[in-house]
Design a protein around this ligand. Structure first.
Ligand SMILES: Nc1nc2c(ncn2[C@@H]2O[C@H](COP(=O)(O)OP(=O)(O)OP(=O)(O)O)[C@@H](O)[C@H]2O)c(=O)[nH]1
Ligand SMILES: [Mg+2]
Length: 239
């Protein structure tokens, strides 16, 4: 079995080495990493190349010309992972918010589901305890909003820590997505639901990034707010 964990990066040079060593210390011999960097000005691409030399055959990097958003990076990463023969395709942020230690449990859960979600919103899962109330409320609202409007059968619809069986990834038209920011994550879940795929959720503790800047912007949040309604319309015949 071949697992390929796809990790999109933009200015994550300070996080990537720690993330990669934490992932490779999970005692998962089948785990491979594919970094998708959008020509980060902080040199993340060079860090990824160095890591690929340190982990020959287990880590590789795609280098894209310019910053095109999370969605485009994942689409190219998924396509490449499928071409490389992955049996399991993973998604996660590079900023250490998604705990590598949960990966073994998520893999185990994939035996009983097509898609596994690292979930902040089921018992045992949680958000960074240092987040102010308003940030937790905003995250909870955004999640409930997307979940309700799209009728998603999962508690965490906006979290980007996921595992897909190859067959599940092949069953959805992920390359057709035009979503840019984190709403891409929501769109994938919607595609999965419409394709009749099954989900399982594993609790995670979501830690705030300590290095680097958040790429979350008002523009990305506005995109998410209207795009959720657009998705309903785009996929209307398939509901
Ligand atoms: N390749 C690529 N990666 C990106 C891009 N935008 C964000 N990322 C990466 O996607 C992951 C999630 O980033 P965001 O969803 O922007 O969230 P964030 O910056 O962690 O913001 P917080 O929610 O505050 O943690 C991180 O690993 C980013 O480096 C992009 O345009 N291209
Ligand atoms: Mg983050």
């Amino acid at each position: 079995m071949k697992i390929i964990q796809v990790i999109p990066t933009y200015n994550e040079a300070g996080n990537l080495p720690a993330l990669v060593s934490a992932l490779f210390s999970q005692n998962l011999p089948d785990l491979n990493i594919l970094i998708v960097d959008d020509n980060s000005p902080d040199g993340t691409g060079e860090v990824a190349e160095r890591l690929s030399r340190e982990h020959p055959g287990r880590l590789s990097a795609l280098h894209r010309q310019r910053k095109e958003g999370l969605g485009r990076a994942y689409i190219q990463g998924f396509r490449t992972a499928l071409d490389l023969g992955a049996d399991v395709i993973g998604m996660m942020d590079a900023d250490l918010s998604h705990p590598p230690a949960c990966l073994p449990e998520m893999l185990a859960a994939l035996e009983g589901a097509d898609v596994v979600i690292g979930s902040r919103y089921i018992p045992g899962g949680s958000l960074d305890e240092d987040w102010p109330f308003w940030r937790k409320a905003l995250s909870g609202f955004g999640n409930a909003y997307a979940r309700t409007i799209l009728g998603l059968p999962i508690r965490d619809a906006t979290g980007g820590y996921r595992l897909w069986r190859r067959s599940a990834m092949e069953a959805i038209p992920f390359q057709d997505s035009r979503s840019n920011g984190y709403v891409f994550i929501v769109e994938l879940a919607y595609m999965a639901k419409l394709a009749g795929l099954t989900f399982a959720e594993v609790p995670i503790y979501f830690a705030e990034r300590t290095y680097g800047d958040s790429k979350m912007s008002l523009r990305i949040q506005i995109e998410a707010a209207y795009r959720v309604w657009q998705l309903r319309r785009i996929y209307k015949d398939k509901r």
